[in-house]
Design a protein around this ligand. Structure first.
Ligand SMILES: *[C@@H]1O[C@H](CO)[C@@H](O)[C@H](O)[C@H]1NC(C)=O
Ligand SMILES: *[C@@H]1O[C@H](CO)[C@@H](O)[C@H](O)[C@H]1NC(C)=O
Ligand SMILES: *[C@@H]1O[C@H](CO)[C@@H](O)[C@H](O)[C@H]1NC(C)=O
Length: 939
């Protein structure tokens, strides 16, 4: 293999953001809608071509405009695996028709319901039949089920009210589509049952192929692949939930687990496996062909079934991919040998791996998704299509075909929904024009045999319509991603598990529904030099350093092919440039009281640490480590880019929201000694006391916690981890503390009521005038949680001159079992650009619980009081002011349980462990027995 180091020495890339000055280029809605309609017209062209020239065959021959049937050579799996004599293209497209071409839907449903039969003497692939046909039937069943009973209303819902039904050529006022609902489920079940013989193996890993009439044939090959065996879950689980027949779900689950249970120590899976359960050579692990949808079905099964088993497998397998399969720059995912952990040479990436960015968006790792998508974008851009495979370090196309695959387009759609960056619309625009120009024929869309010569092949796979054009349509139509319990399958069929078919979530799961979900950060565009998108410069995807870097990965580093499109984006800046490197994603740490680099001194691993070492707080789910001896902590990179989280303590798994508290006294040495905490955690203290004072009127408010005011409430607040740092040294201004300060002067607290008397969410501008404030008056704005991000609330409030924002939590939720779940206190966080961070360092944000908000709202709305707010330290410590005096101590009743030991000023009471530059966020080392258990209540 050519060693990359030598290539990378070329000093080409500069990553300083200051080089960039590109505004986001937009796209008008009018243009977007034009593209949407153009896509729908292409879809219609392909569909009508298939119906006219090929139906009832499985596929259309797009060049000769005739039907394509099974190949008489049984070994031609490329065709025969999906040709079951079931009008596959029509079946596969069923779930897209209501969205893209609704006029054709009623007729298509009728044809499938009345004419398709799975009683065929054909050997087909279990995976392909499942994702294309079974998924389509289940999706159509669910779609018909959702339609109203009245045929007129059905037509309206489908957007056909003006046209009437197109029914066998004749126009009729109404036909009841719902009559076909049960037939769809019956067809699905029939197909499912015909696939069951495949699972009759010792391991539960199914055979790749079965005959729909006679089951597994004698002498059938035992070779299958990870994706083929491991991505039947969504369809099979839903089939079981809808029919009440558990066989499907349990077999698909067992197959999934059988694959996962054969992972390597690093949580890597091979590509091909025998039904007997052994990995077959050459034993490569990656994210492309043979593996792709295993990962996809892990996260999607987690979402659709709301089941932690699958989430856990997904996140474990994803961590292994990020650690071993991803290149150190964080852009390319290349296969590696599962035992040697080395890439092959040359190392090949296939077009199927372009699905990954979409999954990364679903998983919450938007930054990784942006990078991996950019690689594929440059491949597409260079070839005006996506070559089937490519040797990345040599920059060679290996296999030049393009059969109209959807993966790259699908990921583009996910990323557009996640970022709303118009760059992705322009990617779609380019795809659309290339598809039209290069693959459209008189009756459909042909496969590109060679993306470089443009030579065509007489084949149109069913996914060209059901996925490729469908996702392009979803992109331009700006249709939101499916959420809770609803997913698109790997063939683009939308499936959902209705609430009545969900299994009750486990207690752990409910316990953990507190706090922010750190795996789903809101995407924030990079902004340079300003506050808001109006004032500052927003750097779109195309203006990022990553954009040019990904470009050079495909086009080359030197002069070859790399003319800067925009001279202002030239990267040559005198040679001080470097290759990006992604932080190490997942690894294990061994805690040791010994300060040693000698591994023989490290205590042996304790495989099942008991309560003498680790205990779990049943209320909060937090883990307390009292003895570190023999413990191994798994650590993973956080998707918000802020550092690391502990993912497991030996066999104990941590989920978002759970904390690890180390009380082992031998770890005290790791506590920082009277030094400020590391920068990311500099927003201290994490919690403080809010003291509220009520005044009878505006004029009585004198900006001090005295006068006519009456202290009426003390409560605990949690400070945000961005914006103002309340722990930073006080700013003196003519002897008076400036801004919203800990121990500083009282400030006016304003609650902007919304129409329902609730607090506004602060997601729109609330000018001083609207709030009834004078132009100079300092104030803190109280807003309700929700609707927009904490960062947006902070920016908007700052723009209107507020000194701070008090975020009021959401009400506790009572579930069907009568249990009440309250998030308690959380620390508002934001994904924030460093440039913006400094702009916001005088904007303080504090979070307090819902009940506190209730009391405040009543005081303002009912009792017509004017409120003041002051900030006090949690533990009663003195806040030295400029006179060296002491500000008011903590009030009774609001104090932190268990605290109060005097701070001797030398030994810190709490500390974090750092990995390089990055903190481990959900772990803290505390001195002695001061354990913060959260969940305090205001008095
Ligand atoms: C295809 O299926 C139809 C009905 O489902 C059947 O009549 C026909 O014989 C089948 N064709 C072949 C080649 O098996
Ligand atoms: C650990 O050892 C290193 C070098 O042996 C030393 O620099 C460091 O200060 C020690 N750390 C502690 C916490 O004792
Ligand atoms: C969310 O904020 C937007 C814009 O500020 C507002 O128009 C909308 O009504 C809010 N939505 C809800 C559900 O409060």
């Amino acid at each position: 293999m050519r060693h990359l180091g030598s290539t990378w020495l070329f000093p080409f890339i500069g990553l300083s953001l200051s080089c960039i000055s590109v505004l986001v280029r937009g796209m008008t809605d009018v243009r977007r809608e034009e593209l949407r309609d153009e896509t729908a017209a292409l879809f219609k062209h392909g569909y009508e071509g298939y119906m006219r020239y090929a139906y009832p065959a499985d596929e259309l021959r797009p060049l000769s405009c005739g039907p394509l049937g099974r190949d008489p050579n049984e070994g031609n799996f490329g065709i025969n695996d999906i040709h079951a004599n079931i009008s596959m293209t029509l079946v596969d497209v069923l779930s897209s028709l209501p969205v893209v071409h609704p006029k054709a839907y009623p007729k298509a449903v009728q044809l499938v319901a009345e004419r398709v039969s799975f009683d065929q003497d054909v050997k087909v692939q279990v995976f392909e039949m499942t994702i294309r046909a079974l998924g389509a039937l289940l999706s159509t069943y669910q779609h018909l089920d959702e339609l109203p009973d009245d045929p007129i209303l059905q037509a309206e819902k489908l957007g056909l009210e003006e046209e009437g039904w197109s029914w066998g050529g004749a126009r009729k006022a109404s036909v009841n589509l719902k009559q076909y609902k049960d037939r769809m489920l019956a067809l699905a079940k029939d197909l499912g049952e015909r696939l069951l013989p495949a699972f009759d193996t010792v391991t539960g890993i199914p055979y790749a192929r079965v005959n729909l009439r006679s089951g597994v044939l004698k002498g059938e090959s035992v070779e299958t692949c990870t994706a083929g065996a491991g991505s039947l879950l969504l369809e099979f689980a839903l089939l079981s939930r809808l029919t009440g027949d558990d066989r499907f779900e349990s077999l698909a689950h067992n197959a999934y687990m059988a694959i996962w249970n054969r992972r390597t120590q690093q949580n890597l899976l091979g590509n091909t496996i025998g039904t007997h359960g052994h990995w077959l050579s050459p034993g490569f692990s990656g994210v492309g062909a043979g593996m792709d949808s295993f990962f996809e079905y892990g996260i999607k099964a987690g979402i659709m079934l709301d089941d932690d088993t699958y989430y856990d497998i997904f996140y474990d397998s994803y961590a292994a991919v990020q650690t071993h399969v991803r290149t150190p720059d964080g852009f390319i995912y290349r296969p590696i040998q599962i035992r040697l952990l080395q890439p092959s040479s040359p190392s090949t990436i296939d077009s199927l791996s372009a699905f990954l960015p979409g999954i990364q968006v679903l998983a919450g790792d938007v930054e990784s998704a942006i990078k991996s998508h950019l690689v594929f974008w440059n491949l597409w851009r260079k070839h005006s299509a996506m070559p089937e495979s490519w040797q990345w370090s040599e920059r060679n196309v290996e296999w030049a075909g393009y059969p109209g695959r959807p993966e790259f387009i699908e990921s583009t759609y996910y990323l557009y929904q996640a970022t709303q960056d118009p760059f992705y619309l322009r990617v779609g625009e380019r795809i659309l024009s290339d598809l039209k120009r290069r693959t459209k024929t008189k009756c459909g869309f042909a496969t590109l045999k060679n993306v470089m010569t443009g030579e065509l092949e007489d084949r149109m796979e069913s996914f060209m319509l059901s996925e490729t054009l469908k996702y392009l349509y979803l992109l331009f139509a700006d249709i939101p991603l499916p959420n809770a319990n609803k997913v698109f399958t790997t063939e683009g069929h939308s499936l959902r598990v209705p609430p009545k078919h969900l299994r009750t979530p486990s207690l752990t799961r409910r316990t953990l529904r507190r706090g922010e979900h750190p795996t789903c950060p809101v995407y924030k565009p990079v902004m340079v030099g300003g506050l808001t998108e109006d004032e500052g410069i927003v750097v779109g995807i195309e203006g990022r350093a990553e954009y040019e870097y990904a470009r050079s990965l495909i086009y080359g580093w030197g002069s070859e092919g790399l003319e800067a499109e925009d001279p202002s984006k030239m990267w040559w800046n005198g040679g001080v440039c470097h290759i990006p490197s992604a932080p190490k994603f997942a690894f294990e740490i061994v805690l040791s009281p010994l300060n040693t680099s000698d591994p023989s001194q490290v205590p042996p691993e304790d495989p099942s640490p008991g309560p003498n070492k680790v205990t779990q707080d049943s209320l909060t789910g937090d883990y307390v480590i009292t003895d570190i001896e023999g413990l191994r902590l798994g650590v993973r990179w956080r998707f918000d880019g802020q550092g690391y989280d502990v993912s497991n303590i030996g066999p104990h798994r941590l989920r978002p929201g759970q904390q690890v508290i180390i009380t082992d006294p031998t770890m005290r040495d790791h506590l920082p000694v009277a030094s400020p905490p590391p920068s990311e955690l500099s927003h201290s203290p994490a919690e403080l006391i809010l003291r509220f004072t009520a005044y009878p009127s505006d004029t009585a408010f004198v900006g001090q916690a005295s006068g006519e005011g009456q202290v009426f409430l003390h409560a605990v607040g949690a400070t945000a981890v961005f914006g103002k740092d309340f722990g930073a040294p006080l700013v003196k201004n003519g002897g008076e503390k400036k801004g919203w300060e800990l121990g500083g002067k009282g400030m006016r607290l304003v609650i902007a009521p919304d129409a329902n008397g609730q607090a506004e969410e602060g997601c729109q501008s609330l000018p001083r005038k609207y709030l009834g404030l004078s132009p100079e008056e300092d104030y803190v704005l109280a807003v309700a949680r929700g609707n927009c991000t904490f960062l947006e609330k902070a920016i908007l409030a700052k723009a209107n001159g507020a000194a701070g924002v008090l975020v009021l939590g959401t009400p506790p939720v009572t579930d069907t079992d009568g249990n009440t779940w309250d998030e308690g206190l959380i620390r508002p966080s934001a994904e924030i650009d460093p440039a913006l961070e400094s702009e916001l360092d005088d904007m303080g944000m504090i979070y307090t619980e819902y009940l506190v908000g209730e009391v405040l709202r009543r005081a303002v709305n009912v009792e017509k009081r004017v409120l003041g707010i002051e900030l006090l330290r949690m533990d009663g410590d003195a806040v030295p002011d400029e006179n060296g005096g002491r500000a008011a101590g903590a009030p009774a009743g609001g104090g932190k349980a268990g605290s109060g030991a005097p701070d001797d000023g030398v030994e810190a009471r709490e500390g974090r462990l750092m990995v390089g530059q990055h903190a481990i966020h959900n772990l803290k080392v505390v001195n002695g027995d001061k354990i913060d258990r959260g969940g305090r209540r205001p008095p």
